[in-house]
Design a protein around this ligand. Structure first.
Ligand code: DC
Length: 217
């Protein structure tokens, strides 16, 4: 079984590049951030403070997160409902980062991620794939870019989707999430010692894809 891990901060280009690489290699793409987003979305819907560990933990036993592929595109189901269209909303990003710091949330989702990786050749993107989820992945990458460039990319993406949010808010969100994700105690955002790291600030997506494929081949 072949597994490729791509970790790095939000907006580094992981998911766009990973989707293309998956298609070119004919393997599955698993966006692990979507799972944390689904739990964050549920907490928001229920009006739960996403930093309140016991309140979030209380909803876990009755929460189901499933991944289904429809025409090779990952769809995420929360308690049986397809929430794919809603998880990318700006408000959900910080909620996802908050709930992802809670160990029991991570343990629940990591189990699902490992199960999918065990049964499929796949490329996974996230924060802790190379360090924690799949320490024995065949290939590991850690990709970065400046916070300003990452905010630019995110801002354009949100604008294209018609979400009204300012560049400054997106930048603040990126910087706060970087800090949240890299300083949490359990499985933080971190480069695995054996991961190949590169900076995508001045790279196009095609160049990022080429860099990944070169290493994989
Ligand atoms: O990749 P993303 O922006 O969709 O991820 C949303 C949040 O989920 C991110 O801020 C941190 C968390 N996350 C994580 O902790 N571990 C992962 N493997 C993927 C995402």
């Amino acid at each position: 079984m072949k597994n490729i891990a791509i970790d790095g901060p939000a907006g580094a280009g992981k998911s766009t590049a990973a989707k293309i690489v998956a298609k070119q290699l004919g393997i599955l793409y698993l966006d692990t951030g979507a799972m944390y987003r689904a739990i964050g979305l549920k907490a928001l819907k229920l009006g739960i403070n996403t930093r309140d560990i016991s309140a979030v933990e209380a909803i876990l036993p009755s929460t189901s997160v499933e991944i289904k592929y429809v025409d090779e595109v990952q769809n995420i189901f929360l308690d049986g409902e397809n929430v794919t269209p809603f998880i990318r909303e700006h408000s959900v990003s910080m909620a996802a980062s908050d709930v992802s710091a809670i160990p029991s949330v991570r343990l629940k989702l990591v189990e699902l991620q490992r199960e999918i990786a065990k049964n499929n050749d796949c490329i996974l993107d996230g924060r802790d794939i190379g360090t924690y989820v799949l320490p024995d992945a065949n290939y590991k990458f850690f990709i970065t870019a400046t916070a300003e460039e990452r905010a630019n990319r995110r801002f354009k993406e949100l604008q294209e989707k018609g979400q009204s949010v300012s560049y400054d808010d997106v930048l603040t969100d990126i910087v706060t999430r970087d800090k949240n994700d890299s300083t949490r105690a359990f499985a933080p955002l971190k480069k695995a010692d054996d991961a190949y790291e590169f900076d995508t600030t001045t790279m196009s997506i095609d160049e990022v894809v080429a860099e990944l494929l070169n290493r994989i081949k």
